[in-house]
Structures are given as structure tokens and as C-alpha cells.
Design a protein around this ligand. Sequence first.
Ligand code: PLP
Length: 380
Amino acid sequence: MADHDLRPETLAAHALGGIDGATGAIIPPIHPSTTYERDADLGYGRGRCYSRADNPTYDAAADTLTALEGGAQTLLFASGMAAATAVFQALEPGDHVVVSKVMYWALRAWLRGFATRWGLEVEAVDTSCLDAVRSALRPGRTRLVWVESPANPLWVISDIAALAELAHGAGAKLAVDSTIASPVLTRPLALGADIVMHSATKYLNGHSDVVAGTLTTAARDEFWARIKAVQVQIGGVLGPFEAWLLQRGLRTLFARVRWQCASAQDLAQRLSEHTGVAEVLYPGLPGFAGHEVARRQMSGGFGGMLSIRVAGGEAAAIAVAAATGVWKRATSLGGVESLVEHRASMEGAESPVPGDLLRLSVGLEAVEDLFADLDQALRR
Ligand code: PLP
């Protein structure tokens, strides 16, 4: 059966199924080499020169992700931030960019500093509101629309297909940070986006033991060539050991994410009825603002991330996080262990996140244990 006939679950489980030609190994080897032999005529007939640009260990993870996202090529970066910032660094001073108001806080902070120095004009709007995006776009000057959906940690949903149409109509590219959805739930390129980005530190690797980022493009065009040049010149590449761990994580992606979605949906429903919880933010709840769009663009679940607003305010929220045992107090998300985090104290003064909010990353534990642990913390 040819690869193109196989379903994404199968492609991921096999990491495209390459068998090592030299040994017959079904798991790809790690190539630590930083450099490759040059031909006598000074060419590189075997295609590789130096590992800041390329390493065979990247292939299994990069090609698997390209297949899962339905793209033309994937680049692996040293972190999600390295991947995201490469896209902005490929723009020209003077370019205008529209970004989601609610987005990963460190990227928002970087944009504030970088945009000023680089001469980019960055406009943050509520990308869940198409009218707001429409009026922010400046045809011919806006080069990029950057959207995070669901957006961390309020899980705002932006309509990727509609935004692609708007961006393209203004002559801009659409890039989507799809870290929270993963290709299991959403395929932004199929909805019209030009570039999809992941903090692979999260669901793609899934075991909280690799920091990595990815970009996948719909087309190998001029903008993509500029992004690749930024990566190779600045050197924000992944080490071969991390790339190997990433392909190993990708093999279990579908099983992990589906389990996490089911547990998150269950927890969201039960916590909505809890007297200790003022509000649950989760795209899978019918009353959630972005639920209808999420139903259209997410398939098989609404993600493993939710947030709760604790009745009693900020002090009560911090006390709940202090009283959990199964849920570990830590930043990050998408791993096998469930994490709870008080985001406002992490994000600082300019954060749109309310002080009573706890972000929950649902892992692979029994959902009964996860609920019982939160329940006892909320009842104290
Ligand atoms: N995008 C999102 C949605 C994230 O949650 C994160 C990290 O938490 C990043 C980007 C940045 O990724 P990294 O920490 O791998 O640099």
C-alpha cells in the first residue's frame, strides 16, 4: 500500500515507516555528525554539507509532520520561539503585521521589542472577530497575519478558513500557531493557511523532555526560502538527539491527543457544575464563545487544554494550585503528566489573563484521579 493511501494515524505510528537501508532497523538511527564528506570535484553529491543546515536525523520527524499537516516541507527549530520568530525575521522593515491579541505571552513580548527595533508595524487584534481583522488589514502593506488558535490560555478560537481568505485578499500570508490543536485536531494548511507553526515541546513530542519548534509550509515559495535562510544563518536548529526524540514522540501523537481530549471534555463538563469554579474556558463546551467555529475546524476533539476561573478570586486560585497533588504545578503543556499553572503571575502586568485563572494541561492519568484531586483542592 502506497504512503498516500495510508491514514494519518498509520503514518504517525510508523514515522513514515522508513527502514534503515544499511541495517534493516525499523527505528531510524541517530546521526551525530556535524559535517559530511565533500566530493573530489568539490560538490556535495550526497546532498548534505553541514548540520546547521541539514542532518539525516531530522528527516523522520520533519517528513512525518509534513505528511500530517499536508504541507510541502517542514523545518525543525531549536524551540517554538525560534520557529515563530524566524517567520517575523523573514519580513522587511516597514512591513505591517496583524497578530492575535491573545497569544503565547513570550512571543507577544518579543514582538514588542523586536518590532520596534526592526521597523515592523505589529497590530494586535481580536482575530476571533473577522470585522476587526478586516479593518486592521492594509492591502499591499500587510504582509503577514499571525493567528494562534486555540489561543493560550483563554482558548480563543479564530476561524482559519475565513482569515486565510481575508489575508490573501489583502496580499498577506496567514501563519497559524497550531500548538494546542496539533495536526490530530486541525490542519490549518487544508483550511487555506500558508504556514503552520508548532511548539513541538508540547503535544508533538509529548513527554516534556525536548524543547523544539516546527514550521510547515504549504508551498516552497520565496517567503519560505527567506525563512530557511534565517534558520540556517542564525542557526536555531534542533540537535540530532532532540530530533530523534521528537520522531519517537510523534509515533504516539494520535493516541495521546485523543485520550487527552476525552479527559479534558469530561473535566470541563464536571468542573462547570462545581461550586468552587466560576467559569470553565474550553472550546468543547457548547456555551463557549468559539464553540461553533471550533466544531467546524477541529475534528475528533477540542484539545487537552482548559482553564478554570476559581470562585473566590486570585488568592483562592493560588490556594487551589497549592493544594493539588496529582496535578503538578509547572509551566508548559501537552505532556503525559497533568500540569496546573497560575498564568497571570507568569505572564506579568500586560497579560490579558485574569488573576483567578488556572490553566490546566490534561495528561494521561485516569480522569477520575484528575477530577478527585481538583475537587479536594477546590473544596478546601
Ligand atoms: N506557542 C505556544 C502556543 C506555546 O504554548 C509556546 C510555549 O509554551 C510557544 C509557542 C513557544 O514554544 P517553546 O517554549 O517551544 O519555545
